[in-house]
Structure formats: C-alpha cells, structure tokens
Design a protein around this ligand. Structure first.
Ligand code: HEC
Length: 191
C-alpha cells in the first residue's frame, strides 16, 4: 500500500460522520495516481457528486447512476479540462456505445450519455460538471450531428453552453457518431 493510499484509506475510515463535508485529498501529481488510488478517490467523492448534480431536479442527474458505466474507473483526460471523467450510457445507448466502434456508428435516437467529472485542486478532489449528450431524431440538429449537448454544474444548475462549442470538437469523431469514448486503458470490455 502506498502512503498515499494509506492516507486516503485512513480518511475514508473517518468518513461516515462527515460524508458531505469530507475532503478527498490527493498527494502529488494526479497523473501519477494508480488504479487503486483513483478508485479510492472516486469512492470518496461519488456520493457528493451525484447528490449535487441531482439537487436541482434534472431528470438525467436523477437516474444516470442506474445506467451502464462504461469504464473500469474514472480517467484523467485532457479535452474536458484536466478532469477525471466517467461516462454512463442509458439503456438505448449502452449496447452500441460499449462496442467502442470506430466506423459507421449510428446511435439510436434517445441515446443519452452522461459524463461525471471531478478535478484536483489544491491537493483535493472537487466535483466538476456533469456533461450530457442526447441523440435526437435525424435532422433535428444537423449542425451538431443530431446531438443535443448539455451540462450541469456541480450544484445541479444548468450550465450555459453553446452547442457549437461542444459539437465543434465532438464532430472530429464523425465516423463514431460524434462519440469520443473513454481512454482506451479504462474502457469496459465486454465480459
Ligand atoms: C476539445 C474537445 C471537446 C469539447 C470542446 C467537448 N468535448 Fe466532450 N468529449 C471530448 C473527449 C475527448 C471525450 C472522451 C473523454 C474521455 O471520456 O476520456 C468526450 C466525451 C464526452 C461525453 C461522453 C460521450 C463520448 O463522447 O464518449 C459527453 C457526454 C461529452 N463529452 C459532452 C460534452 C459537452 C456537453 C460539451 C460542451 C459543453 C463537450 N463535451 C465539449 C472532447 C470534447
């Protein structure tokens, strides 16, 4: 057990009384955290993240945690602002999404992907936005690949975003129906 992990494990033991006020400390460079340390960090922050997203009555925030998780653990990726990311797929999206196919992908209308995020600031994990993509009917949002983009702040309020900002990057993955998928080393492979 690394000293970092011991520290996290020790703090987790104190957790039950203070689940909400609880801090989730990170020693050193978050990029150096191994699988176990990231999972421990996620254990520390997940309840706070999920309750925050759901605090304003958003229907996706209320149910995404019952959807299919798509990675073995959250992973740190650059494009969404140096945050640890973990994506959930709803029942309509899950089968196709989990193929992580890179050609000819056409997600069914009604597919929803919700991506949790948390960042490390001043040595502590802090919740970031919940990013959401919803597949519309063909022709409903032609400039955005027929996806509707949305994001919730950590307190569950809607973030003001521009479709063109999100779509502008996601359309780089046109052959994957605008999906970028989790980092390869954490993709949940079919059992
Ligand atoms: C600069 C490029 C870029 C921009 C801008 C961007 N994304 Fe992403 N997005 C990515 C990448 C890369 C991933 C895959 C990251 C990962 O999980 O490791 C991703 C993943 C996602 C996912 C999970 C589904 C998938 O593609 O696998 C959602 C949902 C999402 N983004 C929503 C949004 C929303 C909403 C916005 C606008 C507020 C946005 N994105 C802006 C690059 C971008």
């Amino acid at each position: 057990m690394t000293s970092r992990l011991k520290l996290i494990a020790g703090l987790l033991a104190l957790a039950p009384l203070a689940a909400f006020a609880q801090e989730c400390p990170v020693e050193g460079d978050p990029l150096d955290l191994g699988d176990d340390a990231v999972s421990a960090l996620y254990d520390c922050i997940e309840a706070r993240m999920a309750e925050g997203y759901a605090a304003n009555g958003d229907p996706v925030a209320a149910e995404y945690r019952s959807w299919q998780v798509t990675s073995t653990r959250p992973a740190l990726a650059g494009p969404h602002g140096e945050r640890f990311l973990q994506t959930f797929a709803n029942g309509i999206a899950a089968d196709q999404y989990l193929k992580f196919a890179n050609e000819g992908v056409e997600m069914p209308a009604g597919s929803v992907l919700a991506k949790e995020s948390f960042a490390v600031k001043d040595g502590k994990a802090v919740p970031g936005p919940l990013f959401i993509m919803t597949k519309l009917e063909a022709g409903e949002a032609p400039d955005a690949g027929d996806w509707l983009y949305a994001a919730l702040m950590p307190n569950g309020k809607d973030m003001k975003i521009q479709q063109s900002f999100c779509a502008g990057c996601h359309l780089n993955w046109a052959a994957q129906d605008s999906l970028a998928y989790p980092m390869e080393d954490v993709r949940l492979t079919s059992q």
